[in-house]
Design a protein around this ligand. Structure first.
Ligand SMILES: *Cc1c(COP(=O)(O)O)cnc(C)c1O
Length: 377
């Protein structure tokens, strides 16, 4: 994850400015935190229960189970389908580490499929060829806030009898053909890491599902695998979301759609202002989709120069992600090599995220655009 200092630091225009957001909700947040402190109830109380209901409704899904992070959401979702050593899970090599990391943590094998060049999301056309007798699940990631090709992926999962788990960590509120991220998979994973569109004041996450039995398993696994204290029916862990985070997130959820609209407005402004810029490629928007722009990622063959220039002028920007997952040192036993996933590897060399947060002003966007133009003059 990003160093938070990069996001809120001394840049003239930071990549993300959480202080600007906090200034608009300070009183409500204070009241919510006080409410929890007065109750002295910190673990699995009314705040978590209410947040679970509210997030499930927001995602148009039946159940929500609050967990300790997006990473733990992935872990507990995979535990809920009883993923075992030797099992295989198909996913993308172009994502935050946790997507593949949690598969491997359970002793299972991440099997990568390259991405679509335009959307940066897993390419469904290449999934079927990677399915083996050991494949248990597919984990598409809705990268940067835009949904993967779920109609195609859902078709494959259902035809081949595989679990479909959405990594919706960057995509709360994203839509495709009227369906919401987090409502399609057997299980879906959300993150409330501070830099996500709905970010807490610490770590947090949620698993959503329409399946009553899976919801029940996740709920039991989240607290050591016991339904009744101290009667452990499953081998679980401590994957709980706490009341303070839930109280903060409930305040912020009310503003989420406004903030998302702000991000979309900023994206439209970038698009307009960069339309003539032949040297950068703008993010693609899938037709019939609602991109929530957790990141606004442009692409350039001179990315490193551009990044240096932006940083030099005090404009925050970051590379998501500089090393594709199949080339990570910790996965060297999987024996992938450079060149195995050329589309992901090219994206790792060319992509650059620009500031897109809702409080960004049109003037700030003009400054970013001008700095980009200067770089190529
Ligand atoms: C942030 C993120 C995660 C992990 O979430 P944490 O809450 O940071 O553990 C997983 N997958 C993706 C795609 C993410 O962006």
């Amino acid at each position: 994850m990003v160093d938070l200092l990069v996001m809120t630091g001394e840049s003239a225009i930071p990549l993300l400015d959480l202080k600007a957001q906090y200034a608009t909700i300070r009183d409500e947040i204070g009241a919510a935190i006080d409410r929890v402190l007065e109750s002295q109830r910190f673990i699995l109380g009314p705040e978590v229960e209410n947040l679970e209901r509210e997030i499930a409704a927001y995602c148009r899904c039946a159940y929500g189970i609050g967990v300790s992070s997006g990473t733990d959401a992935l872990l507990v979702a995979l535990m809920a389908i009883d993923l075992k050593p030797g099992d295989e899970v198909i996913t993308t090599p172009y994502s935050f580490f946790a997507t593949a990391g949690e598969i491997a943590r359970l002793g299972a094998k991440p099997v990568f499929v390259d991405i679509d060049r335009q959307t940066y999301n897993i390419d469904p056309a290449e999934i079927e060829a990677k399915i083996s007798t050991r494949t248990r699940a597919i984990i598409p990631v809705h990268l940067f806030g835009q949904m993967a090709d779920m109609p195609a992926i859902r078709g494959i999962a259902s035809r081949r009898n595989l679990y479909l788990i959405e990594d919706a960590a960057q995509a709360i509120g994203a839509e495709l053909n009227g369906e919401r991220a987090g409502s399609i998979g057997h299980l879906s994973c959300l993150s409330f890491f501070p830099s996500k569109n709905l970010g807490g004041y610490g770590d947090g996450g949620m698993v959503t599902t329409n399946d009553k039995d899976l919801a029940d398993r996740v709920r039991v696994l989240r607290s050591h695998g016991f339904r009744k204290k101290y009667d452990n029916e499953l081998l679980g862990g401590n994957f709980r979301l706490d009341e303070l985070q839930a109280a903060v997130l409930r305040v912020k959820l009310k503003y989420l759609d406004n903030w998302t609209e702000g991000r979309r407005r900023n994206a439209a402004l970038y698009r307009e202002s960069l339309a003539e810029a032949a040297f950068v490629e703008l993010p693609f928007e899938t037709p019939n989709s609602r991109h929530i722009y957790n990141q606004f990622v442009i692409r350039s063959s001179r990315r490193d120069e551009l990044m240096a220039q932006l940083k030099d002028r005090g404009i925050g920007c970051e590379v998501y992600y500089p090393i594709a997952l199949h080339l990570q040192t910790c996965f060297k036993d999987l024996a992938y090599r450079p060149g195995d996933f050329p589309v992901s590897e090219a994206a790792a060399k060319q992509s650059l995220a620009l500031p897109i947060y809702p409080e960004l002003t049109p003037e700030m966007i003009r400054t970013v655009v001008q700095t980009i133009s200067d770089c190529f003059d």
